[in-house]
Ligand binder design. Structure first.
Ligand SMILES: [Zn+2]
Length: 543
């Protein structure tokens, strides 16, 4: 990727020389002391235009947020979502490659030509059992037991696609070189997709990646993020079946191995670092009690805040599994990696440029109805009913290792170690929610989510203007990436050569609910909003 990038940057230097030294000073960019002139004035004008365009696209943004919400698809089963989003992108002139990296629901949509190549990504999958009527502040599923958007991943592609459409118009008119690449985070809730996109070379030729993720305020950070990375591993044991009462001595229980592995792990847990997190579910515990289980499996997430820390936990897990097999006279049949995520590290120059845009855009104007819903949800959770966010977050720097107490993971981490990356967190949800639950779905097809996505799209579009017109920003991003971020730490994927995306995950759950869910898919040709289609008075705070 090096030589093409540097050729483009060299061309950028020539443009700058023509524009003059005052052209694009950071000072002028930040709306600071010097009056903008020349190139800076042009950049500001294009940003204003992009923001106005995003405002004009609000109807499309709302339709995307509501449609993806109504599909409510789990990881690796995002077929309706992908069909819908790629349809919109094709309609706007993007070329779409489907089935990327061995994942049927993964795709890459490309428009434009030349450098810079800017990738816009966001997750698209939902959470099990989080089906919930939007705008309703108490438990009221659309389809009982069905999955839903209990994290809010229905909103991020709307942010990116809206921004891309707005910027594409400007690029066409101004004849700006550059390539926009839009891609989905498939199965993020399983952290099971992005390492494969990286391995498949999706980012090999990308200059900068702007990721977006739902949040309850607007923020961006640089350096080592809080939280953890992880490896997600399934251990499958094989024993010997027998009549559990008639001849138990002839059997060897694979379930015993699972149980002893878990007991071993839970004793060891006390002696692991405080930063670690680990959890498991039993995927196969046998068929019925009177048959000694000949197969059983357990699925672990091993989380730590550094790559060596993750590998260390994984090795302990492997030892526990082998020991459990020895204790029970069973065999550790397979260990399979179902997902992985590197700890995240975000790019400083791009985060600084984005934060200036966040400050310029600010938060949406929340209505009384928005605040009433938010406060009812917060009260329902037993939290202080403080309502929606009232100010954007400060630019956050690196979280020091000694200050990182662990937490969740996101496989954008893998992307962040191969290309300068930042995550825009945009304000489409209510503060103080538990995460991964139906509570988190309540706001996600309401004006809160729509306005938050529009605000996010404005920031994304303004940052695209920066990246397209300030070649030195891309250069600074790579300097930070090479000279600071990856100086001592080199990316080594946690997925092994033999690992393949676990695309069968969630298939059966989705099969069970899809027909019932289909009758609730949003139809924008008949209803202004999904709330209207469902006949929900906004907000509904009491039964
Ligand atoms: Zn997420």
């Amino acid at each position: 990727m090096g030589s093409r990038r540097w050729r483009w940057l060299w061309a950028g230097v020539l443009v700058l020389a023509v524009a003059g030294p005052a052209g694009v000073s950071g000072e002028a960019q930040r709306g600071g002391r010097a009056a903008p002139s020349g190139e800076a004035a042009r950049i500001n004008a294009l940003k204003r235009e992009a923001v106005a365009d995003v405002d004009r696209l609000q109807k499309l943004t709302q339709e995307m947020v509501d449609s993806v919400f109504s599909f409510g698809e789990l990881g690796f089963q995002e077929s309706e979502t992908s069909r819908y989003l790629t349809g919109i992108l094709r309609g706007h002139g993007f070329t779409v490659r489907e089935g990327v990296a061995g994942m049927p629901t993964a795709w890459v949509a490309t428009w434009g030509s030349g450098r810079p190549v800017i990738a816009l990504g966001s997750d698209i999958d939902g959470i099990p059992q989080s089906s919930q009527k939007p705008g309703v502040a108490y438990r009221d599923p659309i389809v009982d037991g069905a999955p839903g958007h209990g994290e809010g991943h229905n909103s991020g592609q709307a942010v990116n696609i809206t921004a891309a459409i707005a910027i594409k118009r400007i690029m066409e008119r101004e004849r700006l070189p550059g390539t926009l690449v839009i891609w989905p985070g498939v199965a993020e809730e399983l952290v099971a997709g992005k390492a494969y996109l990286v391995r498949d070379g999706v980012f090999a030729d990308v200059d900068v990646c702007l990721f977006s993720h739902v949040a309850s305020t607007m923020s961006v950070s640089w350096g080592a993020a809080g939280g953890t990375g992880l490896v997600s591993v399934e251990y499958a044991f094989r024993g010997q079946s027998a009549h559990s009462a008639g001849a138990p001595w002839r059997g060897r229980s694979a379930l015993d191995a699972v149980e002893l592995m878990n007991i071993g792990w839970n004793f060891r847990r006390e002696h692991l670092r405080l930063q670690h997190r680990s959890h498991y579910v039993v995927r196969d515990g046998g068929d019925q009690p009177n048959v000694v289980p000949s197969t059983a499996s357990v699925w672990y997430y091993f989380r730590e805040i550094t790559h060596p820390g993750i590998r260390e936990l994984w090795a302990i897990g492997d030892t526990m599994a082998q020991a459990a097999a020895m204790m029970t006279g069973t065999e550790l049949a397979t260990t399979r990696v179902l997902g992985s995520a590197w700890p995240r590290h975000f790019n400083r120059p791009v985060a600084e440029a984005m934060h200036a845009n966040i400050t310029a855009v600010g938060l949406p104007q929340w209505s009384d109805a928005d605040q009433t819903l938010a406060k009812a949800v917060q009260s329902g959770l037993g939290n202080e009913p403080k309502g929606l966010a009232s100010e954007v977050a400060k630019l956050e720097g690196p979280v020091r290792e000694e200050d990182n107490r662990g937490g969740g993971s996101d496989d954008i981490g893998d992307v962040s170690w191969v290309v300068p990356t930042v995550t825009l967190r945009f304000p489409s949800n209510i503060p103080d929610l538990p995460g991964h639950s139906w509570w988190d779905a309540i706001a996600m097809a309401t004006p809160i989510a729509h306005k938050g996505a529009t605000a996010g799209a404005k920031v994304q579009a303004m940052t695209l203007v920066d990246l397209l017109l300030r070649p030195e920003l891309v250069e600074q991003a790579w300097r930070y990436f090479r000279e600071e971020q990856t100086k001592d730490v080199k990316y080594e994927p946690l997925i092994r050569a033999e690992d393949r995306p676990a695309t069968e995950l969630n298939h059966d759950i989705m099969q069970r609910y899809r027909d019932a869910m289909r009758s609730f898919y949003y139809d924008p040709s008949r209803y202004a909003t999904y709330l209207e289609q469902l006949g929900i008075t906004y907000p509904t705070v009491q039964r």
